[in-house]
Design a protein around this ligand. Structure first.
Ligand code: 3PG
Length: 209
């Protein structure tokens, strides 16, 4: 297990959001991300093999921090934990999702997109959250606008962010990292181009310099 930073948002400047369709791709993707300098992965629960992919990465790539993304039902929180997930990410923050993620004892990022949602999460003592879908919900100007009135909240904006737009977010005081799927484009995954993914990871890792 990798050494965990105090804050999930400080693990990597760009959190790779990954959809795995073929279980055999999971470990090579994780290894490519680590080789490129991004030792964290949010494996989304969007395919039938996702939980097995988390388990494979946890077993075979111990140097990466592996989390489960797209937690949309309370039961998925425990399933992800049982598979070996070390953190949880949800696109939303319903009371039952928050309770289920809290019950695991794992670190987690609930999803928020409005000031009231941010305040509701803060009321539970949770100060780190995902801002999703970032570009569609106001993007960097939204987060910049709430930094002063709601300084307690720190964000991982995700959704529509690219290597080009990421620096605008990372420059904000209330952003710890950004999330994105651009590191693992489907054409590179289909081609087994792990060196290409390593290269994209290296460029993204440099955004934190
Ligand atoms: C997520 O679950 O965080 C998003 O699907 C990632 O968004 P992106 O594909 O636009 O990067």
């Amino acid at each position: 297990m990798p050494s965990s930073p105090e804050s999930l948002l400080d693990a990597v400047p760009v959190m790779p959001v990954v959809v795995v369709h073929d279980l055999a791709d999971a470990v090579p993707i994780a290894r490519a991300l680590v080789a490129g300098g991004l030792p964290a992965i949010e494996l989304t629960l969007r395919t039938p093999v996702a939980l097995d992919a988390i388990a494979a990465i946890a077993a075979e790539v111990p140097e990466i921090l592996v989390g489960a993304g797209t937690i949309v039902t309370p039961g998925q929180a425990k399933q992800a934990q049982d598979a070996g997930a070390q953190f949880l990410v949800s696109p939303g923050a319903t009371p039952s999702l928050l309770a289920a993620m809290t019950d695991t004892g794992l670190r987690f990022l609930p999803g928020t997109a409005t000031v009231s949602e941010v305040l509701a999460v803060l009321e539970l003592g949770v100060t780190e959250m995902k801002f999703f879908p970032a570009e569609a919900s106001g993007g960097a100007p939204f987060l910049s606008s709430i930094a002063s009135p709601v300084p307690a909240a720190r964000f991982c904006p995700t959704g529509g962010i690219t290597a080009t737009s990421a620096p605008r977010y990372l420059a904000l005081p209330n952003v710890g990292c950004v999330g994105g799927s651009w590191l693992t484009p489907s054409d590179l995954v289909a081609a087994g181009d792990w060196a290409g993914i390593e290269s994209l990871a290296r460029e993204a890792a440099a955004l934190g310099d």
